[in-house]
Design a protein around this ligand. Structure first.
Ligand SMILES: *Cc1c(COP(=O)(O)O)cnc(C)c1O
Length: 456
């Protein structure tokens, strides 16, 4: 049966049997699922035969683009040779070891030990358990609370949901665990009225100090933040924010966790968001771009200092069956080698990143419904506003974001919308010509949305 004949039965079967993450099943009362069947470079194809520019790199993860033979071969060879062995109980496999060694060379200075998991969520569960263990070993068992941020995203397990600051997720089934607190996100455009970005950066960081004082430093284990908040709408902080956050963490003896799940592996024009913002994290969860999404794998990087305490503490009672899955490690290793060989990080930093930002900045400056451009390198957010002068954001009832997303898809461009902002995170291999195509299509989506509201 051909793909086109197959598609209707896929649509029906999906509706009959498949539960989708982050969607309202009622959507399928009137619509059918979009079935993606193939990918190559920055493009994906759906079952209708449409060729679509994937402006999201899947879910912020397909950093080297689709269809890379080097990654396919790595998986194939590893499966043939040794499909699986675990890393529990004094065992290891060559790819687990080689990947850890490689990660130590590309992660920020001081990060040199790695624990493997299968997803960003599991990596963050690992962070929570290890941070509490770290304090407990040092005779400070009351240091347990994690402080995150509103609109932070750290995953979807119970603990990762609690770490994140997504209210809708907390509300579902009463999912917010005790000992998790949240402070304001460093978003100058929406929260910084009357202050310069630099003044506002200090104010947003001060919220951490206030929270620590309110809770008592003896009760706080760690602060966690994404260098740039991704799923929260691509919120890049003012330049004063991270230095002040680091000063506060040091002053009150709080661990600093940089969640690099989106920012890692070249996204911001350096290997890690921590490089871009000069952050010296104690722990560093990473996932998505680690394998360019070809296979699930995640890791947590630990500083020498934190690891040395953990090593003192005896038995580490934590681990996943697939921690360091040898096939996943082989693919991640091939992914990093490919990025190094092709100079992908340097390309994003020096060429395609600046070009992408220039194109989008022009759009943001001139378009009637774009309030600001956010992000760095090849991750961007465009805030949709109905009044540019007064920074009035569309309401969710008006739904400009959904309308714009739909117009983009109609024109074969995938962008995501978060809180009335359009976000983009294309494969890092995107060329200048493909960036032009991206910008043209995004402009059509924005134009049609503006017309819908009589603003163009
Ligand atoms: C996607 C994401 C996670 C969760 O990763 P999963 O693999 O979906 O569990 C954690 N942190 C950040 C910053 C993310 O963007």
């Amino acid at each position: 049966m051909s793909e086109l004949q197959n598609k209707n039965s896929w649509y029906d079967a999906d509706k009959a049997h498949h539960i989708h993450p982050f969607m309202d099943p009622k959507y399928f009362d009137k619509n059918h699922v979009r079935v993606i069947t193939r990918g190559e470079g920055v493009y994906i194809w759906d079952a209708e035969g449409n060729k679509i520019l994937d402006g999201m790199a899947g879910l912020w993860c397909v950093n080297v683009g689709y269809g890379r033979q080097e990654l396919i071969d790595a998986a194939n060879e590893q499966m043939k040779n040794l499909a699986y062995y675990n890393s529990f109980f004094q065992s290891s496999t060559p790819t687990q070891i080689e990947l850890a060694e490689k990660l130590a060379t590309i992660t920020p200075q001081g990060i040199d030990h790695f624990f493997y998991a299968n997803s960003g969520s599991e990596a963050n569960d690992t962070v929570i358990r290890m941070a509490r263990h770290y304090w407990s070993i040092q005779g400070k068992p009351t240091k347990r609370i994690f402080i995150g941020r509103h609109l932070g995203y750290h995953g979807s397990t119970l603990a990762a949901t609690s770490l994140g600051g997504m209210k809708g997720m907390h509300d579902m089934g009463g999912s917010l665990l005790p000992e998790f607190e949240h402070i304001m996100q460093p978003h100058w455009y929406t929260l910084g009225a009357g202050l310069t970005p630099e003044e506002f950066g200090l104010k947003a960081a001060k919220a951490l100090e206030d929270k620590i004082l309110e809770l008592g430093a003896d009760n706080v284990a760690a602060f966690i933040g994404e260098p740039i908040q991704g799923a929260g709408g691509v919120i890049d902080p003012p330049s004063t924010y991270w230095p002040e956050i680091q000063r506060i963490c040091k002053k009150y003896n709080i661990l600093l966790v940089a969640d690099e799940v989106i920012c890692g592996f070249g996204r911001t024009g350096n290997w890690f968001g921590s490089d871009t913002y000069n952050i010296k994290p104690d722990m560093m969860p990473m996932a998505k771009g680690l394998s360019s999404g070809y296979i699930p794998i995640a890791a947590v990087g630990f500083s020498k200092e934190v690891y040395s305490v953990l090593a003192e503490g005896g038995h580490i009672a934590h681990g996943y069956t697939y921690s360091g899955h040898p096939v996943a490690c082989a693919v991640a290793l091939a992914n990093i080698n490919l990025m190094e060989r092709d100079g992908i990080v340097e390309m994003v930093r020096d060429d395609t990143g600046p070009y992408f930002r220039k194109s989008l900045q022009q759009l943001a400056d001139t378009h009637p419904i774009v309030g600001e451009l956010r992000g760095a390198g090849l991750v961007a957010g465009l805030q949709l506003v109905k009044d540019k002068e007064n920074k009035t954001i569309f309401t969710s009832e008006e739904g400009a974001g959904l309308i714009c997303r739909e117009h983009c898809i109609q024109h074969n461009l995938i962008m995501r919308m978060v809180d009335q902002a359009m976000v983009a995170s294309p494969p890092l291999t995107i060329t200048r010509d493909e960036i032009d195509e991206f910008t043209e299509k995004a402009k059509i989506g924005l134009d049609l949305t503006a017309q819908h509201f009589g603003l163009l």
